[in-house]
Design a protein around this ligand. Structure first.
Ligand SMILES: C/C=C/C(=O)SCCNC(=O)CCNC(=O)[C@H](O)C(C)(C)COP(=O)(O)OP(=O)(O)OC[C@H]1O[C@@H](n2cnc3c(N)ncnc32)[C@H](O)[C@@H]1OP(=O)(O)O
Ligand SMILES: NC(=O)C1=CN([C@@H]2O[C@H](COP(=O)(O)OP(=O)(O)OC[C@H]3O[C@@H](n4cnc5c(N)ncnc54)[C@H](OP(=O)(O)O)[C@@H]3O)[C@@H](O)[C@H]2O)C=CC1
Length: 445
């Protein structure tokens, strides 16, 4: 592994040098273990501790198949899906690996007693499998997390609709929180040259998801002037949704839970900000009963901030706790677009406000290759910036996931895999200098 790192870091290395490097037999990877899936049985979600279930193991390098690439991972990032995997909720991800493993001989590689997690990476292509022409050893890349087979017609208009669509590093094995990752070559995209490895690895999953959910015609198709209510506006998804709203001429109404997070939104350029903690919204009177008076109080606050207008698009992901309020505050004909249910997936809302006011709920999930490419292109052009706050070593990934689980983080949390320190991998210093303040906006807060 040291030879690989030396070759990547040497300015004299050629693609042929990288291609000639021997692939080691094993590598270090962040895993969860199949025989531990019951370890948190009986505990509240909040008390399930990723630091106990996440391991750093030495694992064998998987066989490289057709259309695939082995990538030396310089940096990765923590996504909430790795939190779900590590607390075995809403179900154990080993079920996904077993199901995938049953599909064909090659997919059997994924069905192992350990799951290498992680759905983001920035790194260097080491080897490509048969049939890969677009990428070569030595290419500096990021990888999006859409794994598709595309053997069915269902996915050929929109690859997210493929019946064999999976999220790499969540529903497949050999994810990005590791020194080496196995991806399909159509997950690869060029690494933005003005960013370090850890900065380039940070946006991928959440940036692509927010792009589809908010900007794409497959999602809410946001337009100039739209009032966009963004839950968790300084969090993983929200920090990109806020940037898309601002860059697209929309009007983000940012919901956060502390003055510090409100300040981050302000520094991104938003001015309509609601601190849900300070204003004490209680959308639920008890576990079963919502309080429409609180929806109204929330809607009134939004009207104060917009000069009397209601919401065109709600960017939803907290789920059960907020969904009733989200449907209520949306204007006639408006859209609630949802990609998650962090606080619970059995949503409840008053349907009269949906049908009588002709509102629409749109389900959105990750992004197709084109949408992921367009989202990455905006990062590469310096129109949208990484929201990396803190960076951990691979050894401390459990703590990083714990921070995200406890909502103790800001923006995105990075992980160094092969990169020995932060700040490496920048190829375009001139462009970086132009955007340095924006790139560093979330750092160390
Ligand atoms: C990019 C990052 C993303 C995120 O972070 S997202 C957040 C994290 N993700 C999650 O929390 C989601 C985790 N996944 C799940 O919870 C589950 O994954 C799903 C609920 C999405 C699906 O559940 P499942 O058990 O995998 O699938 P089924 O469809 O409930 O069950 C399969 C069986 O149900 C049958 N079935 C499906 N549709 C129908 C139908 N319309 N009528 C009758 N049967 C149906 C199938 O055939 C099959 O059957 P047979 O088990 O016998 O093979
Ligand atoms: N389907 C898909 O493709 C994707 C789904 N997801 C899912 O989306 C969810 C969020 O992911 P991500 O943004 O990365 O996570 P983060 O934890 O980084 O950010 C979420 C933010 O939402 C806010 N929030 C959390 N709980 C509540 C609540 N009960 N009520 C109101 N606000 C809340 C918090 O902000 P604050 O405290 O400031 O209000 C938090 O910072 C996860 O469940 C994840 O699995 C993520 C990416 C892709």
């Amino acid at each position: 592994m040291k030879d690989i790192l030396d070759a990547i870091q040497s300015p004299d290395s050629t693609p042929a040098d990288i291609a000639a490097l021997p692939i080691p037999e094993s590598y270090r990877a962040i895993t969860v273990h199949k025989d531990e899936t019951e370890m948190f049985a009986g505990l509240e979600t909040r008390d399930k501790d990723p630091r106990k279930s996440i391991h750093l193991d030495e694992v064998p390098v998987p066989e490289l198949g057709p259309g695939e690439a082995l990538v030396a991972v310089m940096a990765s990032s923590v996504n909430y899906n790795s939190v779900w995997t590590s607390i075995f909720e809403p179900l154990s991800t080993f079920g996904f690996l077993e199901r995938y493993g049953r599909t064909n001989e090659l997919a059997k590689r994924h069905d192992l007693p350990y799951h290498i997690i992680g759905s983001d990476l920035a790194g260097v292509v080491l080897r490509t499998g048969p049939g890969v022409n677009a990428w070569q050893p030595g290419d500096e890349v990021v990888a999006h997390c859409l794994s598709v087979e595309l053997e069915s017609s269902d996915g050929h208009n929109d690859t997210m609709l493929d019946p064999e669509q999976r999220i790499w590093g969540f529903e497949t094995n050999f994810g990005g929180l590791a020194e080496i990752a196995l991806v399909k070559s159509n997950q690869l995209m060029p690494k933005p040259g003005h960013l370090s490895w850890e900065e380039a690895a940070a946006p991928g999953l959440v940036n692509s998801t927010a792009y589809r959910q908010l900007v794409s015609r497959n999602g809410a198709a946001m337009k100039q002037g739209d009032n966009v209510l963004i839950w968790g506006a300084s969090g993983g998804l929200g920090s990109y949704a806020t940037q898309f709203a601002l860059a697209g001429g929309a009007n983000p109404i940012c919901v956060v839970s502390s003055p510090q997070k409100a300040e981050i939104c302000r520094s991104m350029g938003a001015d309509a900000i609601i601190d849900r903690n300070a204003e004490g919204y209680r959308f639920w009177k008890d576990e079963q009963t919502q309080d429409p008076k609180e929806w109204k109080r929330f809607g009134k606050r939004i009207r104060e901030l917009t000069g009397g207008e209601d919401i065109d698009i709600v960017f939803e992901h907290p789920g059960r706790e907020t969904f009733g309020a989200s449907v209520f505050v949306t204007r006639k004909g408006g859209t609630i677009t949802t990609c998650a249910s962090t606080s619970g997936y059995m949503h409840e809302y008053d349907n009269r406000y949906l049908w009588m006011s002709l509102k629409r709920i749109i389900g959105s999930h990750f992004a197709n290759y084109r949408e992921a490419w367009e989202a990455n292109r905006l990062i590469a052009k310096g129109k949208i910036h990484p929201t990396l706050s803190k960076v951990y070593s691979l050894e401390d990934t459990g703590q990083a996931a714990h921070d995200v689980h406890r909502n103790a983080h800001q923006g995105k949390v990075g992980v160094l895999c092969l990169a020995p320190e932060e700040g490496l991998g920048v190829r375009d210093e001139e462009m970086r200098a132009q955007h340095l303040d924006a790139i560093n906006r979330f750092r160390n807060i």
